[in-house]
Design a protein around this ligand. Structure first.
Ligand code: C6P
Length: 410
């Protein structure tokens, strides 16, 4: 069953806004999606009627808050296809989830000479934590290139993954190219040499059905704010048997079993990794976002994104002087990075903003990819289920107008 973006838009108050005198076209969903009324209301209702600290009190409000918070853990586990809710650790976002793996798992397991394999199209959140670790531990970060069609070169990956590889860490959907990595195949290559696979699910989880078991992932990281949830709530899923062996990431309240003046012992998962008072209201908002997305259906969302990106590719390809990035095909989600000859992407984004259209411009936290593709920066339109073909028509018209405007100065 398809979805109707015109109906769903009714749930998003912000989409009624005008920007620069034009109806807002929000095409910056890969940076952060908008929030439906249901999510905002779930957080308000929590603050109006149930707020107290979680896991601490015997009083009614604390019990209610704890039940709401733990209920979201069960929801997120189900959303990711995980059997055990204790395998879901709440974090602020994907970045924190990946840093948790670096600080806890990698720091306790990796030795000098061990290798972490990444691709040329990683977000900085999947590079910098490994660089910090490399400096501290003498581990090496090895990169795998892209094929000319902008998909990861799996032959090269197969060559690079070897007996020193302890971790393969890569995106599920690229935040620049929109392409979806063949995670199950990458998992096979990693596991063949006894390495683990960390999947950066920041862009995939909001847009397509995820099943961590079927993917063969060992770690999977998500950000709630890209999937209709609030900022400040994300999650790391990890195989429970791996999590149980991992030392704590942060120390403090809630993550302990016993504390003495000179030593402590630690709680079981998931609490071991959730020191201090968590972002309770935000986690509850994330739960409402999961409910909201599941009501629409992730299959329908992905189908809609794909139809939009196909339409946008077709229309933008017809314009001269526009370079489009990423492959065409069924393994492509609703993200479209582009450049217009002779115009800096920041000027493109400013010109589009004049037309009420929000896109992102810059290196998209993927500087190695920019170098690989020989681009200093790119403009990027990223779609979601509330976007329409009519909005893409407005984008195409605005791109054509910007091209003409800047051509006058060339
Ligand atoms: N990308 C973008 O505009 P955080 O900031 O922790 O929620 O997500 C980090 C992150 C990790 N991996 C990928 C593939 C991502 O796309 C992002 C966030 C945003 O592309 C902001 S830089």
């Amino acid at each position: 069953m398809g979805l109707d973006p015109h109906v769903l838009r009714g749930d998003f108050p912000i989409l009624r806004r005008e920007v620069n005198g034009k109806p807002l076209v929000y095409f910056d969903n890969a940076a952060s999606s908008q929030k439906p009324r249901q999510v905002i209301e779930a957080m308000t209702e929590y603050y109006f009627n149930h707020h107290a600290n979680v896991h601490r009190g015997a009083h009614t409000l604390s019990v209610e808050a704890t039940e709401m918070y733990e209920g979201v853990r069960r929801k997120v586990a189900r959303f990711l296809g995980a059997a055990d809710p204790a395998s879901v650790i709440f974090t602020r976002n994907t970045t924190e989830a990946m840093n948790l793996v670096a600080h806890s798992w990698a720091r306790s397991v990796l030795e000098p000479g061990d290798e972490i394999v990444v691709t040329a199209a990683e977000h900085h959140a999947n590079l910098v934590p490994w660089h910090l670790l490399a400096a501290e531990r003498g581990v090496a970060v090895r990169g795998v290139g892209l094929r000319p069609d902008h998909r990861v070169d799996l032959d090269e990956l197969e060559e690079v993954v070897g007996e020193r590889t302890r971790l393969v860490s890569t995106w599920h959907m690229s935040n620049v190219l929109g392409v979806i990595n063949p995670i199950a195949r990458i998992a096979e290559l990693a596991h063949r040499v006894g390495a683990l696979l960390l999947v950066d699910g920041a862009q995939a989880a909001p847009h397509l059905p995820v099943d961590v078991e079927a993917l063969g992932a060992d770690f999977y990281a998500i950000s709630g704010h890209k999937m209709c949830g609030p900022t400040g709530a994300g999650a790391l899923w990890a195989r429970p048997e791996i999590l149980r062996e991992m030392p704590p990431f942060l120390g403090g309240g809630e993550m302990i079993r016993k504390v003495f003046l000179d030593s402590s012992t630690y709680a079981d998962i998931p609490m071991r990794f959730e020191a201090g008072t968590p972002n309770i209201a935000e986690v509850i908002g994330l739960g409402a976002a999961v409910d909201y997305l599941e009501t629409i259906g992730l299959d329908a969302i992905f189908e809609h994104d794909q139809a939009l990106v196909r339409y946008a590719l077709e229309r933008l390809q017809a314009l001269q002087g526009v370079t489009l990035y990423g492959p065409e095909g069924d393994d492509r989600g609703g993200i479209l990075a582009f450049n217009i000859d002779g115009i800096h992407p920041h000027d493109v984004a400013t010109a589009l903003d004049q037309e009420g259209i929000a896109v992102r411009a810059g290196h998209h936290c993927a500087q190695p990819l920019m170098r690989t593709l020989n681009a200093q920066a790119m403009a990027r339109a990223s779609f979601y289920f509330y976007n329409t073909e009519g909005e893409i028509d407005r984008l195409v018209d605005a791109v054509a107008k910007a091209r003409e405007f800047f051509a006058a100065f060339a």
